[in-house]
Design a protein around this ligand. Structure first.
Ligand code: 6PG
Length: 247
């Protein structure tokens, strides 16, 4: 692994030699954030992105000896499919974390299969505010993010205005704003930016350009993954050598 810092002092780039090291590093970052949060506040709240890249890190995290009873699991985004569907982010993360003794009541999935997505978004927002406490900011202790080949993150797709939504914590994204995909539910930029720790995981040569674009200044609507650079806490770009431009 190679480590470098650039940009804001709370932003680091970690380049893993291979998928195994990438999973191990991702798990280590999440485990440390969870342990610190539980020590400090008695609870840890984690928001998980979907996609394939982070799944190995989730499986590695599940092998840690953590205070699993004190961790609440949320989702960064979800596709409009049933929760057990092969494309459901909830199902994928649940499988990856299967080795961890997570109480079912600590899993808070997004109900993106609901016919009224806007109402489901409002319900999830209410759940977040209740979990974090209405007087507190919704500041996740750890958030994982992916990056699409088009520069999207979460379900905030480029040139749709979704990355600029700032009047709610959870947004319903209609099919016409998700290029060829299902409608979505997604956390919005203001929530993602409040994270104490954000880990952007990107693997493969196709992610090199999007990562470079995300790390450059510019419009979040053009490259929604630029939202990561506004994270108030610690930001790690966890890349493999291909996504980092080497290898
Ligand atoms: C989703 C994800 C999405 C994902 C990127 C990267 O629901 O699809 O939340 O934002 O992180 O598309 O996906 P991969 O990790 O599979 O490349």
């Amino acid at each position: 692994m190679t480590r470098s810092s650039s940009g804001p002092d709370r932003e680091e780039i970690l380049v893993a030699r291979d998928a195994r090291e990438m999973a191990s590093l991702g798990a280590e970052l999440l485990a440390r954030a969870i342990a610190e949060a539980v020590d400090a506040r008695g609870v840890a709240r984690v928001a998980l992105s979907g996609g394939s890249t982070p799944l190995d890190a989730y499986a590695a995290l599940a092998t840690y000896d953590l205070p699993w009873d004190a961790v609440d699991w949320f989702w960064v985004d979800e596709r409009a499919v049933p929760p057990d569907h092969e494309r459901a982010n909830f199902a994928a993360a649940r499988r990856a974390l299967a080795a961890a003794p997570i109480p079912e009541g600590r899993l808070h999935r997004m109900e993106a299969e609901a016919p009224d997505l806007a109402a489901a978004a409002a319900r999830y927002e209410a759940l977040l505010r209740a979990s974090f406490g209405v007087a507190s900011a919704v500041a996740f202790d750890a958030v994982t993010l992916g990056i699409g080949d088009d520069g999207h993150t979460a379900s905030l797709f480029p040139r749709t205005g979704a990355a600029l939504i700032a009047d709610r914590l959870v947004a319903a994204i209609p099919a016409e704003r998700t290029p060829g995909l299902e409608p979505r539910l997604t956390l919005t930029a203001p929530v993602l930016r409040k994270a104490r720790l954000a880990v952007v995981l990107a693997r493969g040569a196709s992610k090199r350009g999007p990562v470079e674009a995300a790390r450059r200044a510019g419009s979040d609507d053009e490259v929604p993954a630029r939202i990561a650079r506004g994270v108030e806490g610690q930001l790690f770009w966890l890349l493999d050598e291909a996504a980092a431009g080497g290898g």
